[in-house]
Design a protein around this ligand. Structure first.
Ligand code: PLP
Length: 837
């Protein structure tokens, strides 16, 4: 086969060498490899010819990508069909993971790695003159999520397939995922994201799998012959949910699950009468209204978009999913009473909590199950994961809106609530305060339905996502519930899939691990402990550092391409990448950068550790303060990077459009991982786990899973600072006026003065006046309180860095000791303790 002459971009390197022998090593045997290469080459060409309709001479990079993705997908399908058959044959209890977000990222390398075909595909494409590493960059990120919560759902899908759990993920197929971020003049700008504009090679449209989802209308009641009251909901509006399936391959391709995402369609494609009368736009209004439901992901990760469309999205996907799983259950068993025994439904946060009322409606109104029995089935089927204690993120919906959109569900919620409160009164709970705090209805400032309470009551288990968070769930948001139902709240500390976050993201380290402790570590991450024996081994240390170096060079090139800043791979790469949020305290990090800058300028002879501070992250479009923090980081970067006096000792970069793929490039290149949230506010974090696994040392507060990371890596191999969750609470109780705190810290005083003076904003000297004021008088996130101890921890990191042997030892011990944060472990715990599968 001749290489395409038109696509220099895809030519493989002239040396023709494979760059990822590890991935090949854990692929198949050599014999099978050669056969696979030949077969894959033919399959890619066949797809290019017959599906894409191009030949290799005219194919664009995107054409090659599509042909390669389809050829790869073809390899999944048989195993997928076999898994589906097996699920039926063995009549296994199924797990349904309901999530409004799945932050998947790219799938080509992920699928190939799971199938053990990365090396074979690399060689097959090589024979066609195409470079797999360049091809992988062509794939758009599937960004159907905001951040940690959506990424968790994606990691869980991977682990459920790997553990061969019969599972379906249900969500929405948004036409536009999380917005694309650009930085212009330091400010964030948002643009619609367009992942589907060239089609989606991984999905199978299922136009025959559709469900009607109703909204509005009224409820009719009729007295049955046996005297019981029957209710029939007559929706005023019906929207059609259409299924799109994506196969999710487990490790080594043994089991394949389905991610089923729903797209919204109108019942009729247009109003023909209106169209024929010349009203071409009006003829489409109903379609536009219907399809708006799956048009765009809500770009908010912590505040409920208090809007009707959000509630419509939630009910839309929940109703379609429940109808779908009940249909499957009835086909298999024919017995609705067995629903709980055969199905477990996990609610990822409260977004799908309306499912509790919807299942009750389906059981009682449609299947004629008696209320008490239906409630038992519902509770035994559902479980709920809480992700946040932030009061602004606890979803509630106005009763009037519920009554308008979902009148029957509102009746059901009232009835659940009445029975719940009556039951408590019977048990002797008299305290009006307790009863009102556990009511499903919030009677203060306008009546609202509390979705967290609905999820709690409708579930047999409720979990937090780290040890600390689960304890705080018991003590704060669900305090009264916990006293009434002491066995319901459990902990399931989050995890990440090591396939994506180590094997695929960090081939250099993966290769070294395979060579040192054996490739079986990818089947059993617990074997990572074998690395401990090498922590002080000079040869191993050198190779470990060389792998990091390779990743840092790649990132340095990426930084130059992206923002035009040259950074030195010898410097300490200090990284904070995550959603921009006040509680995550990027501001604390920026303040430290400013302090460091002032130090470098005022003490030129001091021995500074050269640092590159790397930021990336998106702010919700309406989150003014977070966007201002982005601007500040960029303003500081501009001044610092242009100042010759810093002599390359400090660089600050803000990389635009943070997403899964960017995370995969940055994390393996990080030396220091910033996990510096106000203690008690980050439920778990999963970025922290990815970094530790890739051998970055954490500088962090005792928050979320940082606590458990410290327990495992050991106090000497992590830089912990700042107030504890308990101290945060006490400190806030004493007041958040920070004037005394600032006055007590000359360094902080100087830092804030520099920002206030307009040093970083000469074009608008007052740009940060309000920001500094907020810190001074209303420091809710206790940035000022933690500033000095944060700086002190940074200097400890510097000291460790100066002793490269000690630094490397700590990095190696991080990688060696974090096996427990594999999402396989998390899913095993869910499977055993919550789903009973
Ligand atoms: C892991 C991940 C997150 C979560 O990061 P945290 O630091 O835990 O907030 C968010 N976005 C992307 C793209 C990720 O990969």
């Amino acid at each position: 086969m001749r290489a395409s002459r038109h696509d220099a971009a895809l030519q493989r390197s002239p040396d023709g060498l494979q760059r990822e022998p590890t991935l090949n090593a854990i692929d198949t045997t050599h014999h099978a490899h050669a056969a696979n290469v030949a077969a894959l080459r033919d399959e890619v060409l066949s797809r290019l010819t017959y599906t894409v309709g191009k030949d290799s001479a005219t194919a664009s990079p995107r054409d090659w990508f599509v042909a390669t993705a389809l050829a790869t997908r073809d390899r999944v399908v048989e195993s997928w069909l076999a898994s589906t058959k097996r699920n039926y044959r063995e009549d296994r209890r199924r797990v349904y993971y309901l999530s409004l977000e799945f932050l998947i990222g790219r799938l080509l390398i992920d699928t190939l790695a799971n199938l053990g075909l990365t090396g074979a595909m690399r060689d097959a494409l090589g024979e066609l003159g195409v470079d797999l590493d360049k091809l992988r960059e062509v794939e758009p990120d599937a960004a159907l999520g905001n951040g940690g919560l959506g990424r968790l759902a994606a990691c869980f899908m991977d682990s459920m397939a790997t553990l061969e759990i019969a599972a379906v993920g249900y969500g929405i197929r948004y036409d536009h995922g999380l917005f694309r971020q650009t930085i212009k003049d330091g400010w964030q700008h948002e643009y619609p994201e367009d992942w589907l504009s060239f089609g989606n090679s991984w999905q199978f449209p299922r136009p025959e799998i559709t469900y009607d989802v109703g909204f509005g209308g009224h409820v009719e009641s009729a007295r049955l012959t046996d005297g019981m009251l029957a209710h029939v909901w007559r929706p005023g509006e019906t929207i059609v949910a259409v299924a799109y399936d994506t196969p999710v391959v487990g490790w080594r391709g043994k089991h394949v699950n389905t991610l089923r995402l729903w797209s919204a369609r109108a019942l009729d494609p247009l109003r023909l009468d209106a169209f024929n009368q010349g009203d071409h736009v009006g003829a489409l209004t109903e379609q536009v209204r219907a399809e708006a439901i799956s048009k765009v992901l809500y770009p908010s990760d912590s505040t409920p978009a208090g809007q009707e469309l959000r509630l419509r999205q939630e009910y839309f996907f929940v109703s379609a999913s429940l109808q779908d799983l009940i249909r499957r259950h009835m086909k298999q068993t024919g017995d609705i009473a067995k629903l709980a025994g055969k199905n477990a439904i996990q609610l990822n946060d409260t977004h799908p909590a309306i499912g509790v009322a919807e299942l009750m409606r389906l059981l009682v109104d449609v299947y004629g199950v008696d209320w008490k029995e239906a409630w038992k089935i519902t509770q035994a089927t559902f479980s709920y994961t809480n992700h946040t204690l932030l009061p602004e993120a606890l979803e509630t919906w106005p009763v009037w809106l519920m009554e308008k959109l979902l009148p029957r569900h509102m009746q059901i919620i009232y009835l659940i609530n009445a029975m719940h409160l009556d039951g408590l009164r019977e048990q002797g709970v008299k305290d009006a305060g307790v009863l009102s705090s556990v009511s499903l209805i919030d009677e203060h400032n306008g009546r609202h339905v509390r979705m967290g309470h609905l999820a709690f009551l409708g579930s047999h288990k409720v979990n937090g996502v780290s040890a600390l968070h689960s304890e705080l769930v018991k003590e704060t948001v669900f305090k009264d519930f916990h006293r009434l139902y002491p066995d319901r709240i459990v902990n399931k500390t989050n995890g990440v899939t090591f396939r994506r976050w180590l094997l695929e993201a960090n081939p250099a380290l993966s290769r070294l691990l395979a060579e040192t402790i054996g490739a079986a570590v990818f089947d059993d991450p617990e074997r990572l402990v074998d690395l401990e024996a090498f922590a002080d081994d000079p040869t191993f240390q050198q190779r470990y550092a060389a792998a990091k170096r390779e990743n840092k060079e790649r990132l340095a090139a990426r930084i130059f391409d992206s923002v035009g800043v040259r950074v030195d791979p010898n410097a300490l790469f200090d990284v904070q990448i995550k959603r921009i949020h006040e509680y995550k305290r990027q501001l604390l990090n920026v303040l430290e950068a400013v302090a460091l800058y002032l130090d470098i300028k005022s003490q030129p002879s001091r021995d500074f550790v050269p640092r590159v501070k790397i930021f990336a992250g998106k702010a919700a479009a309406s989150y003014h303060q977070a966007k201002l923090i982005i601007k500040l980081a960029n303003d500081v970067a501009r001044i610092v990077n242009a100042d010759p006096e810093t002599r390359g000792l400090l660089k600050v970069v803000f990389l635009p459009n943070y997403n899964v793929s960017l995370a995969e490039t940055i994390i393996p290149a990080a030396d220091l991982s910033e996990q510096i949230s106000t203690a008690g506010m980050e439920a778990s974090g999963t970025g922290n786990m990815k970094f530790a696994l890739n051998g970055a040392l954490t500088i962090g507060t005792l928050d979320g899973a940082n606590v458990e990371i410290r327990e495992r890596v050991g106090d000497d191999n992590i830089f912990i600072f700042g107030l504890t969750a308990q101290e945060v609470e006490e400190s806030r109780a004493r007041g958040i006026d920070a004037r005394e705190t600032i006055a007590a810290s000359p360094r902080l005083t100087e830092t804030l003065a520099a920002i206030s003076s307009g040093l970083f904003s000469p074009d608008d000297r007052h740009r940060y006046a309000q920001l500094v004021d907020t810190l001074t008088y209303y420091d809710h996130f206790l940035v000022t309180k933690d500033f000095d101890s944060y700086c002190e921890a940074q200097r400890k990191a510097d000291a460790r860095w100066r002793d490269q042997k000690a630094w490397r030892r700590s990095c190696i011990l991080n990688t060696a000791r974090v096996a427990w944060f594999s999402s396989d472990r998390t899913i095993r715990e869910y499977a055993e303790e919550i789903w009973k599968v």
